[in-house]
Design a protein around this ligand. Sequence first.
Ligand SMILES: [Zn+2]
Length: 332
Amino acid sequence: MFSLASAQDRHLIVFDLEWNQSSYAPNHRMPHEIIEIGACRVDRDYRVVDTFSAVIRPRLYKKLDKHIKSVTGITEAELEQGRPFSDVFGEFIAWCGEDVRLCTWGRDDFPVLKRNAAFFMTPMPFEPPVDAQLVFAHACLHSAHQQMNLHNALDAMEIVVDVPAHRAVYDAQCTAALLSRIDEAVRALEPVQREQLERALLRERRIAASSLRSVPTRHVYQSEALQDEKLMNVACPACGRRTAFDTPWFDSGRERYLALAYCPQHGMAYCQMHFKRLPAGTLVMHQRAYAADPEQIQEVREKYRLYQLTPPKKRHHRLNMEDALKKAAQHT
Ligand SMILES: [Zn+2]
């Protein structure tokens, strides 16, 4: 049975990150740069027994984003006093110790941590964390799709935590304050609901292990980008080798592209893609791929089947890779 703190783990570590970014000159290898790691260690009864808090001196984005500055209250002067990512992350790993299970509120922190570790070429020893926000939605709100922010969740459970909001370590403490109530609610779930929760957690683990790819392109139009075979390729999220398309990229609505890519060794990957425009007018491509479950394989194939049944005029501006390649072939 799922429990937040399983008997095999010595400790549960709740962590939270603050990060900075630049909308003017983003580096696509690390669009979000971590500026603070905060965490707390909780015992089996979800009592906080230790805390960790450290500010990181940014290497890429030294000027704080206005929104981040106002939400966190962190200043540039404080960042100057921080230490390099590799030092702080190394210290955090040591502080966590062995046999830990990580927990966060929401699914955003772990991919950012992975990307920062890769950028700074620092080893990344952690498995994907348990997303307390997801468990909370299932167990306390009985809704798989509702995402409640941390402070609303505390209000909803009538829990008052006497710490200043929005610094990483305090957010970790707030998350920790919810855990025993979440665990209680999980225990009270009907078997069917618990099964749904476990399925959702498995999917989250696969998403957390996604491969991400962001590439600035020379293309101005998405139709051009779709013809760029090198750009459209998907590497297998498990082995990194080239895959073949089971279902080619198509706009599933609102310029969110989906595809299924097949690796002979690791099976099907669920692939998502979207584009963003740089101030210069060219497009940046963002791709994500992770191991697909049978449900997702069905879902993507079915969406593509319906897409193909829609007469081209009624697809509005929705594009797909097959048509783009056909058009390109006609012009040559
Ligand atoms: Zn593979």
